[in-house]
Write a protein that binds this ligand. Structure first.
Ligand code: FE
Ligand code: CA
Length: 165
């Protein structure tokens, strides 16, 4: 069943927001490379890929329901951070924002009784719990170590093990 115009517009907007999220994390990856922290950069690269997959989930949902697909411009993402904690704090804060947007969409989908949309959003509600937890875990680690370079290198090695799943 074709979604109504409200749901269609909402999903197109979020598809484009997820493409922005992909750029945001790839820009962070680039920044970490410049800092000589290839493990942090690897983690961000994998996350950037994952965000592209999020965008494609909305794309495919719109496609399968024969809705209009409107891929738009992606605004530029920040390219500078004060330090690793500043970058991961920005990532966590951004994921909290994304969770709020997903929740708002869930509310709208329920109000419109678009249960196919609700099912897609249910996946995202669960995913956002993971996204917040993963970025928060690194924020907490970075807060704990303070300015210790040895510990930062240790976290870098650990984060560098992240693989695309
Ligand atoms: Fe996402
Ligand atoms: Ca995830």
């Amino acid at each position: 069943m074709v979604p109504n115009k409200k749901i269609e517009a909402m999903f197109n907007k979020q598809m484009n927001a997820e493409f922005y999220n992909s750029h945001l994390y790839l820009a962070m990856a680039g920044w970490f490379e410049g800092q000589g922290l290839p493990g942090f950069a690897q983690w961000m690269e994998v996350q950037a890929e994952e965000e592209r997959e999020h965008a494609m989930k909305f794309y495919n949902h719109l496609k399968e329901r024969r809705a209009n697909i409107l891929v738009g411009e992606v605004p530029p993402a920040p390219t500078k951070y004060k330090n690793a904690l500043d970058a991961f704090q920005a990532a966590f804060d951004h994921e909290v924002f994304v969770s709020k947007e997903i929740n708002k969409m869930m509310e709208a989908a329920l109000a419109e009784k678009d249960f196919a949309a609700v099912e897609l959003l249910r996946w995202f509600v669960t995913e956002q719990v993971e996204e917040e937890a993963q970025t928060d875990a690194v924020v907490q680690q970075l807060k704990m170590i303070g300015p210790s370079l040895g510990s930062l290198m240790y976290i870098d090695r650990h984060l560098g093990k992240r693989k695309a799943d």
